[in-house]
Design a protein. Structure first.
Length: 334
């Protein structure tokens, strides 16, 4: 493992010894060292807005959401490493990485597969940058950003990384300000159709393809709220797009004109580095390749539901090699 480097960044409560992120990162280090005592590791930890212990060139998380991943990989590359593995602090390493690396040498880049489609989690800003229509995203999957593997000996890896890095530089990973704006009030009740349906106007600039099926949270003047799903969109309405929202429960009273709603949950939410990483994979005709599955042998008492990332061996359906085990529960050790 001397020609490979593991890299990771944690922030937020990382500056305190009692912080969950630093505990996760220490657990990650221990799990790597236990299997690969001579492993190279380049880890950083700092406060949320502190750049003093971040990879060179990284901005704060507020200014570039998870942009530090690019700069962590770049720092390792500038140090001379050709095989670089980004791992989230919540990862616990398990045996089997050697088999993954054999696959990586022929692929150049690997990441975990996410079940979300890019059409629900890619910004218009990002679409405009790659100069593609919204329909382009319909059949593309998001990647899971917990594990990224790079082999820069492969001819596609450097061009891939250059594109991903440029997207971060150009602000396409998003920022805390954009995330706040994305979840701020953006719908206004026009009229209540019946006890379970509202006609609303959308005051904002979001791709038409993102509306139908998206969740919203509706508020009345007393800040009581209920959830609903957008059933239809009238993009020709003036001056704003109109939608019909079906509420999850009937209202005994009626909402008044002018009451408001906002996007809720993961719908229409740009997934920073992951959305950009996925678009780069497609650009260079590459696939994520790492599968994901829920659960692990020692996960029964975990408070969250762990994920594992790895591969199924071709021709051997019973042989699964999943060395990347993700669990936020710090009580779940090695």
């Amino acid at each position: 493992m001397k020609d490979i480097v593991f890299t990771s960044v944690c922030f937020g409560d990382a500056h305190t010894n009692g912080g969950a992120y630093i505990k996760q990162q220490n657990r990650l280090k221990e799990s790597i060292s236990e299997i690969y005592p001579d492993a190279n590791m380049r880890f950083w930890a700092s406060k949320y807005d502190d750049l003093s212990n971040r990879p060179t060139g990284a901005r704060t998380h507020f200014d570039s959401s998870y942009g530090f991943k690019v700069h962590a990989v770049k720092s390792c590359l500038e140090e001379g490493f050709k095989k670089i593995i980004w791992v989230d602090t919540a990862i616990i390493m398990k045996p089997g990485l050697e088999t993954i690396l054999e696959v990586l040498s022929g692929k150049g880049v690997m990441a975990g597969v996410d079940t979300n489609k890019l059409n629900t989690c890619t910004s218009d800003k990002c679409l405009n940058w790659i100069v593609k229509p919204k329909e382009y995203l319909n059949n593309l999957n998001l990647v899971a950003g917990s594990v990224y593997l790079f082999d820069f000996n492969h001819p596609k890896t450097q061009p891939f990384f250059d594109m991903w890095s440029k997207m971060e530089e150009d602000g396409l990973f998003g920022s805390a300000e954009e995330a706040h704006a994305e979840n701020s009030i953006s719908f206004v009740v026009r009229k209540q159709i019946d006890e379970q349906h509202l006609e609303m106007e959308f005051v904002g600039d979001v791709n038409d393809a993102y509306f139908v099926g998206a969740k919203v949270q509706v508020y009345d003047k007393n800040d009581n709220s209920c959830f609903g799903i957008i059933q239809s969109l009238d993009p020709e309405a003036k001056p704003f797009n109109r939608v019909v929202v079906k509420l999850q429960k009937s209202l005994s009273g009626f909402l008044l004109e002018g009451e408001v709603a906002r996007w809720r949950g993961g719908f229409n939410s740009h997934r920073h580095d992951e959305s950009c990483f996925s678009l780069c994979l497609d650009k260079f005709d590459m696939k994520p390749l790492l599968h994901s599955c829920i659960g692990y042998t020692n996960a029964a008492n975990s408070v969250d539901q762990p994920f594992n990332y790895g591969i199924d061996v071709d021709g051997q359906p019973d042989q699964k090699i999943y060395p990347f085990h993700k669990c936020h529960d710090i009580k779940m050790g090695l």
